[in-house]
Design a protein around this ligand. Structure first.
Ligand code: 5AD
Ligand code: SF4
Length: 372
């Protein structure tokens, strides 16, 4: 029996697919070369932008032929996209040959759903579940081990679907994180550990005995062994000085911070509910550059947020030119159903969004050339 996993979206999903792989291997499945020779295909989906969802729909639709050839093929779709009940139901209606549709919280129960399908249930649709820390991972990267430190997000940036599909922030206990990392290091296979969370800087605030993210970083660095430590993603409003000092002082921490700015204009940042200003963002960058001169800094930007004017977009261009990031990701704003921004007046034309994203990327490219 063979399995094939198709993963969309962020590192969090890549890491969750490592959990799915471990569940399937524990059930006796082995990794297939391609989807054509698999007995079970799992799609781990992303909902961050419409494009990500369209790709999933196209690829799931294409499996109809495979299912015709092999009636015993099991097809499962899970992750952020199918955490939305409406989307999950639409998917089942459109593609009745899909056997299992589950959300982000149900992955630990995947074995149960597969067994139900084998016993003749056509599909299962569950949207509730709980996180299970005891399940192992089948780590897929040669050098880097992902370690999840928290789930969910409390920020509700007005464009973002994440708080709706991943729930509220829930930090893992520090002792469990340290235990997992000690095990990874003692195995001796990985040179790098990357901590994952939607907003790592607010790690530990929700724990019974609160622990700061900076303390977690220092405690991990005390673990003996030759390894590098990295983390993502940081939110500018929560990136405290003690985290900057930890990156500066701890030899094991990579000199790298991913710090999404999203926009360089204060009115847009406010509409996005980012809770920092352009000036505050620039002052954090200044602080990082002063304390850690060799620190790589990268960022994310959204262009064409509802009502963004040409001048406001130019503020973003100006910020990118000023900061001279090591690299940036630039996205066209994509309305996500259920978010505040999707209901805002004055949605921007796709053509304009496209022009703006190209302009921003051209500026970035020019800066990269000049830096060489
Ligand atoms: N439209 C476009 N980009 C988005 N992002 C998040 N939500 C949206 C959306 N609705 C971007 C942000 C975030 C990155 C992971 O994806 O820039 O930092
Ligand atoms: Fe989305 Fe904002 Fe949370 Fe990041 S911080 S996951 S952009 S709501």
């Amino acid at each position: 029996m063979k399995y094939f996993i198709v993963t969309y979206g962020c590192q969090m999903n890549v890491h969750e697919s490592e959990k799915i792989a471990a569940i399937l291997e524990n059930m006796g499945y082995q990794l297939a070369f391609s989807r054509n020779d698999a007995d079970i295909i799992v799609f781990n989906t992303c909902a961050i932008r419409e494009g990500a969802e369209d790709r999933v729909l196209g690829n799931v639709g294409n499996l109809k032929k495979l299912k015709k050839k092999n009636k015993d093929l099991i097809i499962a779709v899970c992750g952020c996209m199918t955490q939305k009940e409406q989307t999950a139901q639409n998917l089942l209606r459109k593609f009745p040959f899909v056997d299992i549709v589950i959300g982000t919280f149900n992955i630990p129960n995947l074995k149960h759903y597969i067994e139900a399908v084998k016993n003749g249930r056509q599909f299962e649709l569950y949207n509730e579940g709980s996180l299970d820390e005891s399940l192992p991972y089948k780590r897929s990267d040669k050098d880097n081990a992902w370690v999840n430190i928290m789930q969910g997000c409390n920020n509700f940036c007005t464009y973002c679907i994440v708080p709706y599909v991943r729930g509220r922030e829930k930090s893992r206990k520090e002792e469990n994180i340290l235990k997992e990392i000690k095990e990874i290091i003692s195995e001796g296979k990985f040179k790098k550990i990357t901590l994952l969370g939607q907003n790592v800087n607010s790690y530990g605030k929700d724990l019974e005995k609160p622990v700061s993210f900076a303390k977690l970083l220092h405690d991990i660095c005390k673990i003996e062994g030759d390894f590098k430590l990295s983390f993502m993603t940081s939110h500018p409003k929560d990136l405290t000085d003690d985290v900057i000092y930890a990156v500066r002082d701890e030899e094991k921490i990579e000199k790298y911070i991913h710090l999404p700015a999203q926009s360089g204009n204060n009115r847009i940042l406010n509409l996005m509910n980012r809770r920092y200003t352009r000036e505050k963002y620039l002052s954090i960058i200044e602080k990082i550059r002063k304390e850690i001169p060799n620190c790589r800094i990268t960022s994310d930007f959204i262009v064409g947020f509802p009502s963004e004017t040409k001048e406001e977009f130019n503020d973003t261009c100006d910020l990118v030119s000023k900061v001279k990031f090591d690299s940036i990701f630039a996205f066209m704003y994509s309305p996500r159903e259920g978010t505040v921004a999707s209901k805002m007046d004055n949605q921007i034309d796709d053509k304009v969004k496209n022009e703006r994203v190209n302009k921003l990327l051209a500026i970035e490219k020019k800066l990269q050339k000049e830096a060489k």
